[in-house]
Design a protein around this ligand. Structure first.
Ligand code: UDP
Length: 328
C-alpha cells in the first residue's frame, strides 16, 4: 500500500523562539504520562487531556506547577476546543488492558472511533501533525509470525476483544482518510506489549498481575498451559521509538516493540526469580481469543527510525518491580 497525501507539509517551525506545543490525549495513563515527560524534556509545552477512566492523577502529579504543562479533564469523544497554536497531537486515550476493555467495551469503541475523529479534527484545525497509538491487537490472533506491518490480521470482530481491536483498526482507517482527504500529516504506531512503572497494579495485564502475585507470595495465575507467547518492551524504549516516528517523514504504520519473545510460563518463572518469591504457578482457563503468539518484526523501525530497544528484560523488570513494591 502506498499512501498519497494531498499535500505534504514540511515539519513546521512557527518561530525560532516558540516552544513546540503538543497535545497528549490519555496524558494521565501509563504511556501518555511517560510520553508527556519525554516531550517536556525535549522542550515542548504539553496540554494533557484525560477523563481518568483508566488514567490516574498520580501519574501526572509530579508535573503540578510546571509552567510548560497544562491539564484538561475531558472525555476526548466530546468536541475538543483549545485556544492557541498546536504543533503535534498524540492520541493515546483508550482503555488498553483486556480486563479494562471487557469492562468498558462501549467507551473503548467510542474513544477509538469518535475520540480519534475529534483528535484528528483538532489536528486538522490547528495544522498540527497527528500520531495515533495503534496496537499489535489489530493483528488479532496472528497467522503470520513475527508480525510485519504488511500483515492484515486475524480478528474476531464479535469476540470479547473485538471492541478494542476494531476500534483501533477503525482509528487507523480514519487516520489514513484524514491523511488522504485533508492532507493532515499523520503517523501510526502499532504498540506491542509494554511494561514499566505507572502500570496499574490491578489492570489485569500479565506484568502487574504476575509481579503483584509474586511480591505477596500468592500463586502466579498462568492462563491456559502458558505456551502462548508475548514480547515485552520497556516503556522508555517504546516512548523513544514513538517520538522518533512522530518526527520522521513516514506516514504508514510502524511496529514498535521488543522482539524478545517468551512463553507466559517462562515469563512467570522469570518473575519468580526476579522477585525472589515463594509463589508457585497455578493454571487458569485461557480467556477467549487470547492470541497464541506475538512478536513484532521491527525491521521498519530499525531502518526508518534507527531505533531498536536498548533495555533488556532483566533490567526493565528490576525498575518495574521496585515501583510495584511500593504499591502491593
Ligand atoms: N495472562 C496470564 N495470567 C494473568 C494475566 C494474563 O497468563 O494473570 C496471559 C494472557 O492470557 C495472555 C498474556 O498473559 O496470554 C498477556 O496478557 P495481557 O492481559 O497482559 O495482554 P495481551 O497481550 O493479551 O493483550
Amino acid at each position: 500500500m502506498k499512501s498519497k497525501p494531498k499535500s505534504h507539509r514540511a515539519p513546521k517551525q512557527r518561530s525560532q523562539t516558540h516552544k513546540p506545543v503538543s497535545v497528549v490525549t490519555g496524558a494521565a495513563g501509563f504511556l501518555g504520562s511517560h510520553l508527556t515527560d519525554l516531550l517536556l524534556k525535549h522542550g515542548h509545552q504539553v496540554i494533557g487531556i484525560d477523563n481518568f477512566v483508566t488514567g490516574s492523577v498520580d501519574n501526572i502529579s509530579h508535573l503540578a506547577g510546571n509552567p510548560d504543562f497544562k491539564f484538561l479533564q475531558q472525555d476526548v469523544t466530546e468536541f475538543l476546543y483549545l485556544p492557541g497554536p498546536v504543533d503535534y497531537v498524540w492520541h493515546f486515550a483508550s482503555p488498553a488492558s483486556p480486563v479494562d476493555y471487557l469492562e468498558l467495551p462501549i467507551q473503548t469503541l467510542k474513544v477509538g472511533s469518535l475520540g480519534t475523529h475529534k483528535a484528528l479534527g483538532l489536528a486538522r484545525e490547528k495544522k498540527a501533525r497527528f500520531l495515533v497509538a495503534s496496537t499489535s491487537e489489530i493483528y488479532g490472533d496472528p497467522a503470520v509470525h513475527p508480525q510485519t506491518e504488511e500483515y492484515w490480521g486475524n480478528v474476531n470482530t464479535i469476540g470479547p476483544r473485538g471492541c478494542y481491536d476494531e476500534a483501533k483498526r477503525f482509528a487507523e482507517a480514519m487516520t489514513m482518510a484524514y491523511n488522504r482527504e485533508h492532507g493532515v500529516e499523520t503517523r501510526i504506531v502499532r504498540i506491542f506489549n509494554t511494561y514499566g512503572p505507572r502500570m496499574r497494579l490491578r489492570d489485569g495485564r500479565v506484568v502487574p498481575a504476575f509481579i503483584g502475585q509474586a511480591l505477596s507470595n500468592k500463586p502466579i495465575t498462568v492462563f491456559g498451559d502458558g505456551s502462548q507467547t508475548r514480547s515485552f518492551c520497556f516503556v522508555s524504549d517504546l516512548i523513544e521509538g514513538i517520538y522518533r516516528l512522530m518526527m520522521s517523514g513516514y506516514d504508514l504504520p510502524v511496529n514498535i516493540g521488543n522482539p524478545h519473545e517468551l512463553t507466559m510460563l517462562e515469563f512467570a518463572r522469570e518473575i519468580i526469580a526476579a522477585t525472589g518469591s515463594r509463589s508457585k504457578v497455578i493454571f487458569k482457563p485461557l480467556p477467549q481469543d487470547d492470541p497464541k503468539q506475538r512478536k513484532p518484526d521491527i525491521t521498519k523501525a530499525r531502518k526508518l527510525l534507527k531505533w531498536q530497544p536498548a533495555v533488556p528484560l532483566a533490567k526493565g523488570l528490576e525498575s518495574t518491580i521496585k515501583y510495584f513494591r511500593t504499591r502491593v
